[in-house]
Structures are given as C-alpha cells and as structure tokens.
Design a protein around this ligand. Sequence first.
Ligand SMILES: [Zn+2]
Length: 143
Amino acid sequence: MSEPPSLRSRREITLRFDIPISKTLEFWASLKNGKFVTTKCSKCGCVSFPPQADCPKCMSGESQWVDLGRDATLVTFTHVRITPASFAKSEPYIIAIGEFEGGVKVLAWLEGVKAEDARPGIRLRVEPRTSAEGNPYYVFVRA
Ligand SMILES: [Zn+2]
C-alpha cells in the first residue's frame, strides 16, 4: 500500500502558552519556597489537585490553602519512549502518579529513577524545579 500524495512541511514551529495563574498564585509562590500546597474547599472539605478556584464537588468559591507535605507513594507510571512533538528533544522520561497522605494524587515527571526500578509503592518526594524560561514546576524523585 503506497502513501497518498501529500505536501510536507519541514518547518519547526514554536508553541507559546500563556497560562493564567492569578487564582493559583499561592501555589506557585509556595512552590518557589519549597512548599507543596493545594486548595481545600471551606464548605465540603474536598481537597483538590491541581488547586481549584471553585470546588469541583460543590462549586463553592470559598477555599483555603493546605500543605500536602512533600512525601508521596508511587501509584503508577508510564515510561515515555516515543515523545510527543513538544518534547521531541527530550530523552525518554517517566510520568508518575504519586499519592499523598490523605489520598490526593499528583501527576509529575519522575526524575532519577530508571524505568526498571520504578514500581508501585516506592516512596517519592516532590521537588521544586525552575524551567529554562524561569517558570517553577515540580517533579518527583525517590525519597
Ligand atoms: Zn466543596
């Protein structure tokens, strides 16, 4: 079976994302200071991650910031060997879901752990990082 005729472009494109953070500014400010916080609904007590301006369960706009701590347990992971276009220059990497005390689950890259050594149940710690553009982000490392 032959490929249908097509025109091909070999241009690289740059994607620009402007993500508004005014309602989650506390999260990013805390992360820079090494604290990992999220929102807890003042009405129903639902703890959300990522932080939510409005409660996903009861829609209340009243929330407080709570410290999740830094320790989590690996729930599951994916070893990404064929990277998406926006990470085309990245080496293969691991995306993990870690569960914090109280049941909050967080998705993040897992650094410093080989895929063959990753397994559910290992202890993780969330670590703040700063991107090349100067933006804060977080990763999991082995505790
Ligand atoms: Zn609520």
